[in-house]
Design a protein around this ligand. Sequence first.
Ligand code: MLT
Length: 407
Amino acid sequence: MITINEHYLKLQASYLFSDIAKRVAAFQEQNPEIEIIKLGIGDVTRPLPRACIDAFHKAVEEMASEASFRGYGPEQGYAFLREAIAANDFQARGADIQADEIFVSDGAKCDTGNIQELFSQDIKIAIPDPVYPVYLDTNVMAGRTGAYVDGRYQGIVYLDSTKENNFVPALPREKVDLIYLCFPNNPTGSTISTAELKTWVDYAREHQALILFDAAYEIFIRDQSLPHTIYEIEGAKEVAIEFRSYSKSAGFTGTRCAYTVIPKECTAYDRNGGRQPLHSLWNRRHCTKFNGVSYPVQRAAEAVYSEEGKTQTRELADYYLHNAASVRRAMQDLGFFFVGGENSPYVWINGGRDSWDFFDMLLNKAGVVCTPGAGFGRCGNGYIRISAFNSHEKVEKAMKRLKDALS
Ligand code: MLT
């Protein structure tokens, strides 16, 4: 008799963004005349930068001729892309990361979801609340949690991110082994200072723990004092894995390319207390389960690092930051408490009521889709997240509708 992985039954009915999409589709069916403005899921709307498109086209043409055609590429990614990443995203910032410590992939969602396979079942995991649901759900699927009780999974150490701590969680009181951090943060848009990030690195070093640092929103950092990579912090290479994505930085949500950095010094312990390099374990997994990102997509990603690519991706991020500023202004006018939107495409707003009620109200009264904060965890209740990923026109229109509906 075939039996299931019972841990799946502990999961909430559906993935947050699928749930929202279903509610929005039902609303649209009942109200076909309303033009819905989507500021919910963080999905980009602007076209790929010209430099990426040109490189993409050129690489597709190469695939059309026998002399330049490419079959399977290296599972870890082509050297041209890994070298460009190491030089631009790390070495240029004084972080000593080498090309062979980079694993190119088809998404940070997959990488942050899959990485937990490297660790044993009985580790203690610390996860922020609110949080990008993937970190939590993949550990639930793997059987590292107990049941879901009162909005939380038993066995997880939740790191509350609240107004009181400026949405940067405090170090856990108990000893944990694996820590998920994301800055600039999804969903709150909050940022972490170098000094704060250092306390986490120091904690991980002291407790033989590992930090999984999701930096998918790094391109939006404008405050020059903020760290762009965890490897700017001394000692992080031994205790941190970093995830990056071209989804938000270059508009690749539909093109798919990301990467994970696992420094060679980064280790975890085996049952005998020996240190095992995570780089070789992930390499083994990657080669077994993944056949690499397509050649044209990797060429398009490489173009992000050309002079034109750098200018164009910066302009792209500025475009969305302009929207985030409009959202912030509207929330200020409405008198809501909010954070984010300055070094992040997300604005986290306290609507003073249940987040799903607020979500429904905005949809029904203004035709605007946001993301209910409660979907990101218990500490998200009372909040909604508004994403800046849309056109200037639509964001302005949405803010006007919100003001009309709420004031
Ligand atoms: C979000 O809306 O939180 C993001 O789009 C999720 C993702 O990048 O997978």
